[in-house]
Design a protein around this ligand. Structure first.
Ligand code: ZN
Length: 109
């Protein structure tokens, strides 16, 4: 039973990774990418939260990790920009300021 759940998590994780590549790395529908990105990020981090709870770390650690996920989710959404000119995604580490120009075509974001 416990192992089954771990497999379910791995399958969800692979699905999310493939989904991310399909949705955000390909295509040039920037509007759709911008709309889906926060939903995708929140969903992904909810899955991570679920996995943390499933791993049952010590309660203080579990609580700290879950609380930490909230600002990380917000900052991840903020630090990811989609370029109007080329449709590519520009990511900066979540603890830095969001990028001001596209990392692919150098146009301002
Ligand atoms: Zn660009």
């Amino acid at each position: 039973m416990q192992q089954d759940l771990a497999i379910v998590f791995v399958v969800i994780w692979l699905g999310l990774t493939v989904g991310s590549v399909m949705l955000f790395q390909r295509g040039s529908d920037v509007k759709r990418k911008r709309k889906l990105w926060p939903i995708y990020t929140i969903f992904t981090n909810t899955v991570i939260g679920g996995f943390i709870i499933y791993m049952q770390p010590p309660i203080v650690l579990m609580f700290s990790l879950l609380v930490l996920l909230i600002p990380v989710t917000f900052l991840t959404i903020r630090s990811t920009k989609f370029c109007d000119a080329c449709g590519q995604v520009t990511r900066t580490p979540f603890f830095l300021k969001p990028a001001t120009k596209c990392s692919h075509c150098q146009k301002p974001l």
